[in-house]
Design a protein around this ligand. Structure first.
Ligand code: ZN
Ligand code: ZN
Length: 217
């Protein structure tokens, strides 16, 4: 902890939601512990990357969607703890080398969401601080598809292929990194990749804070 943390705590007594130490948000010690098993995975089967069976960009996953890693996402999404999003992104940025890419693209907030902020955008901004890649927030949902949260794996895979479209500046020939908070079946991320590829860009990597272990083929 730095002297600045102590002063902040004195002026505005807040603490790490995981360990209770004085901190302005979740502390780097807790984040480093959570990310100790972070690794590049095969996007298709979640196995080692590069994968002997599948091609495509890697899934850079911070942690499994369990325990404290999951709790932090719940705080970020449902308790209005926006600063956590930046911290998660910064921790991911420290855990992985910068992909060869031109910018970061967060998944957009679902149109039906009542949340006043996009957690994927906050994570992307945290990543941007460490990786020095700009964030382009140009993906949109194409229509009012039912929210993926709480859906079964089979229902998630029914997300239409054209679920997203690119409404940002021209990205032809650009390399992108797609950012989201959690990946379950990977369907949402692959639909986002499709929209970027239709706009002429390529996907260098996917980054998520957590990955839910769903059996895939
Ligand atoms: Zn802590
Ligand atoms: Zn694989």
């Amino acid at each position: 902890m730095t002297i600045v943390d102590y002063l902040l705590h004195f002026l505005w007594p807040v603490q790490c939601p995981l360990c209770g130490r004085p901190a302005s948000t979740v502390c780097s010690g807790c984040l480093d512990i959570l990310l100790r098993n972070s690794r590049s995975r095969c996007f298709s089967c979640h196995g080692e990357y590069p994968c002997p069976l599948h091609v495509g960009p890697p899934l850079l996953a911070g942690a499994s969607h369990l325990d404290k890693a999951r709790e932090l996402l719940m705080l970020l999404k449902y308790e209005n703890s926006r600063s956590i999003g930046l911290s998660l992104g910064e921790a991911l940025g420290r855990a992985f080398p910068v992909p060869e890419s031109d910018f970061l693209v967060p998944l957009p907030l679902h149109r039906n969401s009542s949340r006043g902020y996009n957690q994927a955008l906050l994570i992307a901004r945290g990543l941007s601080r460490i990786w020095a890649l700009p964030v382009l927030d140009g993906l949109s949902w194409s229509a009012s598809w039912p929210n993926q949260t709480g859906r079964s794996a089979a229902e998630r895979r029914q997300l239409p292929r054209e679920a997203f479209f690119w409404r940002g500046p021209p990205i032809s020939e650009k390399r992108t990194v797609i950012v989201d908070d959690v990946s379950t079946t990977g369907t949402t991320l692959s639909r986002a990749a499709r929209a970027l590829e239709k706009a002429g860009a390529s996907v260098a990597a996917f980054v998520v804070w957590t990955v839910a272990e769903v059996k895939k083929r």
